[in-house]
Every structure is written in structure tokens, then in C-alpha cells.
Design a protein around this ligand. Structure first.
Ligand code: C2E
Ligand code: MG
Ligand code: MG
Ligand code: MG
Length: 290
């Protein structure tokens, strides 16, 4: 990567950038191997209803079990995969693995819930719908069990290209969620052009609830307007009961966060489903009004 000097506008390389470039190159090579050697895995984080306290779905989150460095999170290697184009193969693996796991749960008699997979903007091309369909067919998965999380960076691209692809996915039976909402450039008014059924309130705003007035106002605005657009809302990164209560009073539909569970291995998630684990302290919405 090249960095611009603020003073002169000249481009220069520093030893630090050189080191980082080499580190990225090493990681890219290792990531290719990891894909081939099955050193990647998906963790699952429950999404919990704020009405019933029950698990209503999961988000699949990619992990890399590195032979020397232990478990590595996607924040480290997804950007590298995006830069190098490896994200296509990686994304394909994630879709396949999520559907394979869903099929395994179904075959084991576990009442599977919809699993949402994260997509990079780069994966969103005209052939995405047929690739998704092929994966669904391969594992005999009802499309309603697979969801896709996209980010706002996709919405600022040419809508005449993006919207038909989204429409195709929706026609196939998949629901689309907008991830990290509030951090990008799209406005709520702009949103209604896209066939998106779920908004995920970014953790950056959840963090300040209930103490920070601005964060509370933003969360309230997102929930209120998304209700008018008939979208469901999911709050990301909920860690405290106070956050949960505030979000529940706003009418937010679901939460995801350490308060209920961090992302866990597939077996641990299946255990939660089997035990029908509930979020403690959820007050039924109707009785909180009385
Ligand atoms: P994201 O989609 O917004 O996922 C939520 C992130 O927040 C996850 O980080 C999750 O572990 C973390 N999180 C959940 N609850 C809490 C909480 O209560 N507190 C805190 N502090 N964090 C919480 P993770 O797993 O490291 O993933 C980071 C990002 O990497 C994801 O953000 C997503 O954008 C990307 N990513 C993950 N898996 C994939 C994938 O398969 N493909 C692509 N393209 N991107 C992925
Ligand atoms: Mg996500
Ligand atoms: Mg998110
Ligand atoms: Mg986020």
C-alpha cells in the first residue's frame, strides 16, 4: 500500500509499509492453503428475539484456525482476501459450509433456524444468484433458511446493477439484511429503493446505550424509521442488560451480542438450540406497557 505524505503530496514507501506488504503476502499464501486444507471454520452467533427471548437465527462468522498463531478473526484476513480476489473462493466456501451445516442439523432432527452469511461487496456480481442456487440445491436447503448480510458500501454502487441482483435473490426466497447500519453513507430514505428486509444497528451505536444521548437518539431513529419501512431491526454487540432493556422498549426486534452468547462452534450452537436456551430478563412487550 502506498501512503501519501500530507506535506508534499509525494508518494513514499516506509520500512513499515514494506513490512506490512510482506506480511500480507505471507498471509495471502497461508490463507490459500487454509482454504485447501480445511483450516477454516464457521462460528455461529445466536440472534435472539426481544419479544420471546428465544433463538430465532444465527450469524455465521468465519474463523481461521492457524497452525502456529491459533484462531484468527476475519477482521485480519477478510480485507486481504478482498484485495487479492481470494474472497470469491472464500465466499463460496462460506456459503457451502453454512448450507452443509444446516443440512447436518436438519438430518440430526435439530430444529434449524435461519443462518445469515456475510457477503463482501465484491462477491455481489450478476452470477451470485445462480451460485447461491447451486449451493442450496447441493445441500437441499430451503432458501428461507439462508440469509445474506450485505454492507452499505454495496448500496453506493450503481443501483441499476445491484437492485436486479437483489431482486433475483429475494425472488429465490432469500432475505437480505443490511449490516453495520449507520456507519456508511446510505440514508434511510435511500434504503427503501432496495429489497432489504432487516437492518442491523451497528455496535458503534449500541455501545453508548443508555448513557450516551446521541447513540440513544440514533438507535431510536433507526428503529422508528425501519418500522415504517416494514423492516425488522437487529441490534449488534449487545453486552449489557441495560442496553437490552432500552432496545426492547424502542421496539427493536432482535439482539445479537455477548449478553446472550459470543459466536460459538457449530456443536455448541446446536446445544443451545436443543436446550431451547432463552435470554433471561426479557419482559413480554405487551406487559411492559401496563
Ligand atoms: P459483522 O458482520 O458486523 O459481525 C459482527 C462482529 O461483532 C463479529 O466479529 C462478532 O464476533 C462481533 N460481536 C458480536 N457480539 C459482540 C459483542 O457483544 N461485543 C463485541 N465487542 N463484539 C461482538 P467477527 O466475528 O470478528 O467478524 C468481524 C467482521 O468480519 C464481521 O462483522 C463481518 O463484516 C466480517 N466477516 C465475518 N465472517 C465473514 C465472512 O464469512 N465473509 C465476509 N465477507 N466477511 C465476514
Ligand atoms: Mg454481519
Ligand atoms: Mg455487523
Ligand atoms: Mg458491525
Amino acid at each position: 500500500r502506498v501512503q501519501k505524505s500530507g506535506e508534499t503530496g509525494y508518494l513514499f514507501y516506509s520500512p513499515e509499509m514494506d513490512r506490512r506488504a510482506r506480511e500480507n503476502l505471507r498471509l495471502e499464501g497461508e490463507l490459500r492453503n487454509a482454504l485447501a486444507n480445511r483450516d477454516l471454520l464457521l462460528y455461529y452467533q445466536p440472534k435472539v428475539s426481544l419479544r420471546s427471548g428465544r433463538i430465532v437465527g444465527a450469524e455465521a462468522l468465519l474463523r481461521w484456525r492457524h497452525p502456529d498463531e491459533g484462531m484468527i478473526g476475519p477482521a485480519v484476513f477478510v480485507p486481504i482476501a478482498e484485495e487479492t480476489g481470494l474472497i470469491f473462493d472464500l465466499g463460496e466456501w462460506v456459503l457451502d459450509e453454512a448450507c452443509r451445516q444446516l443440512r447436518a442439523w436438519l438430518d440430526a432432527g435439530i430444529a434449524a433456524r435461519p443462518v445469515a452469511v456475510n457477503l463482501s461487496a465484491r462477491q455481489f456480481d450478476a452470477r451470485l444468484p445462480e451460485r447461491v442456487q447451486a449451493v442450496l440445491d447441493r445441500h437441499r436447503i430451503d432458501p428461507r433458511l439462508l440469509r445474506l448480510e450485505i454492507t452499505e458500501s454495496l448500496l453506493v454502487r450503481a443501483p441499476e446493477v445491484v437492485i436486479p441482483i437483489m431482486n433475483q435473490l429475494v425472488a429465490m426466497g432469500l432475505a437480505l439484511a443490511l449490516d453495520d447500519f449507520g456507519t456508511g453513507y446510505s440514508s434511510l430514505a435511500y434504503l427503501k429503493k432496495f429489497p432489504i428486509s432487516t437492518l442491523k444497528i451497528d455496535r458503534a451505536f449500541v455501545v453508548g446505550i443508555p448513557g450516551d444521548d446521541n447513540d440513544c437518539a440514533i438507535a431510536r431513529a433507526i428503529v422508528t424509521m425501519s418500522q415504517q419501512l416494514r423492516q425488522e431491526t437487529v441490534a449488534e454487540g449487545v453486552e449489557t442488560e441495560a442496553q437490552m432493556r432500552f432496545l426492547q422498549e424502542l421496539g427493536c426486534d432482535q439482539l445479537q451480542g455477548y449478553l446472550f452468547s459470543p459466536p460459538v462452534a457449530a456443536d455448541a450452537f446446536a446445544d443451545m438450540l436443543r436446550e431451547d436456551r432463552r435470554l433471561a430478563g426479557v419482559v413480554p412487550a405487551s406487559s411492559s406497557i401496563d
